[in-house]
Design a protein around this ligand. Structure first.
Ligand code: ATP
Ligand code: MG
Length: 347
């Protein structure tokens, strides 16, 4: 099994090797291994060639079972280049229609809100359509009648597949599914979203579906984070909720994410939520837990479930024991955290 490694920029180059060491140690416990193949893509390549990845980048990635990414982007490069030059083409070409964000409190990572230490939510964000579309335009630039139009695209197929995935996940967990909506204000796409999600949930008798308006849902997440289990949301709403829920759980340095093609017809992409963090890059102090947890999501997706569970147990134990980086109030370096997890896995 081979994994394409895009360590990328800034602390991506530091947390990725740390995570690879932990993933390898978890696999070794079960007599398994994977091949890691490095690709030097991202901002350096962009500054040299004007491209975030080579012209045949997608074909290259298609030869791998998964893509493990650190972080791409630098302050001097517009975010749109990183997104549209790398991340969005990968998400779309490989039909990574699920953006998965487990949000669970860690011992040793205090939450800024009351009850935040009870949070254990999986956010399922639609990743291929919805509000983020290229359709639209701007007219009458600079004139009083200037206008901009951006078309939202929701398809039955697109909603069905994300809803089915979320329903399946809810079935395997507590059976509670929350859907983010805004059908009172967005009167075409959101009622459609609600209908299709409700149909998917009706097919699973063990799943209780609750649709909540996005504004109220955001407030309730802050006030009572422990009451939520699986949340399914459109591309935009999911984007916003995932940062909100991540902030409730604690540091951005520990948050994992996966861009999934659940059928494994194409490679899925795994990346920590944080960016390249230029302010701390190059000092060896970045928190590798986000990347390591992301590695556990990848193992799980690839069918190495036992190794994924061991890795999760190990990083939770090491964080609890107090081996923590500066963002969590500790003094450990990136490599010390990784070494402690490797040692835990070797026991
Ligand atoms: P990008 O545009 O690439 O998302 P950003 O500056 O918006 O970059 P991050 O790079 O995630 O966002 O950084 C936000 C803040 O969180 C920075 O102060 C950074 O140092 C801190 N941070 C992010 N990731 C980590 C980490 N793994 N360990 C410690 N601190 C981190
Ligand atoms: Mg950012």
């Amino acid at each position: 099994m081979s994994i394409a490694v895009l360590a990328g920029d800034g602390i991506g180059k530091e947390v990725v090797p740390a995570a690879i060491a932990c993933v390898d140690a978890a696999l070794a416990r079960h007599g398994s291994r994977v091949d890691w193949v490095d690709y030097d893509w991202g901002s350096d390549l962009y500054l040299k060639t004007g491209r975030m990845m080579p012209v045949d980048g997608i074909e290259t990635l298609a030869r791998h079972e998964a893509i493990f990414l650190g972080a791409v982007g630098l302050p001097e490069i517009p975010d749109t280049e990183t997104l549209w030059g790398l991340l969005i083409p990968i998400r779309r070409e490989f039909r990574q229609y699920i953006n998965l964000r487990p949000i669970r409190a860690l011992d040793g990572v205090p939450s800024p809100v009351a009850g935040g230490d009870d949070i254990d939510v999986v956010l399922v964000r639609e990743n291929n359509e919805g509000e983020y579309s290229e359709i639209g335009g701007r007219s009458y630039r600079g004139r009083p009648e200037e206008e901009a139009i951006q078309v939202n695209v929701f398809t039955r197929h697109g909603i069905e597949r994300v809803a089915r995935y979320a329903v399946g996940l809810a079935e395997s967990r507590g059976g509670r599914l929350t859907s983010a909506t805004k059908s009172n204000g967005i009167i075409h796409t959101m009622p459609f979203w609600d209908e299709v999600v409700a149909e998917a949930a009706a097919a699973a008798p063990g799943v209780a579906l609750e649709s909540i308006l996005i504004d109220a849902l955001a407030a309730r997440l802050v006030l009572d984070p422990g009451r939520f289990d699986v949340i399914v949301a459109s591309n935009l709403f999911g984007d916003i909720l995932s940062d909100l829920a991540g902030a409730i759980a604690g540091s951005i340095g520990v948050a994992p994410s996966a861009n999934l093609n659940p059928e494994r017809q194409f490679p899925s992409l795994f990346e920590p939520v944080h960016g390249s963090a230029p302010d701390i890059a190059g000092r060896g102090v970045a928190n590798p837990i986000g990347a390591i947890w992301t590695g556990a999501l990848m193992l799980d997706h690839l069918g190495h479930t036992a190794a994924a569970d061991d890795l999760t147990t190990a990083f939770r134990a090491v964080t609890k024991a107090g081996v923590r980086t500066a963002d969590l109030g500790g003094t450990a370096t990136t490599d010390q955290v990784s070494a402690a997890i490797v040692a835990e896995l070797a026991r």
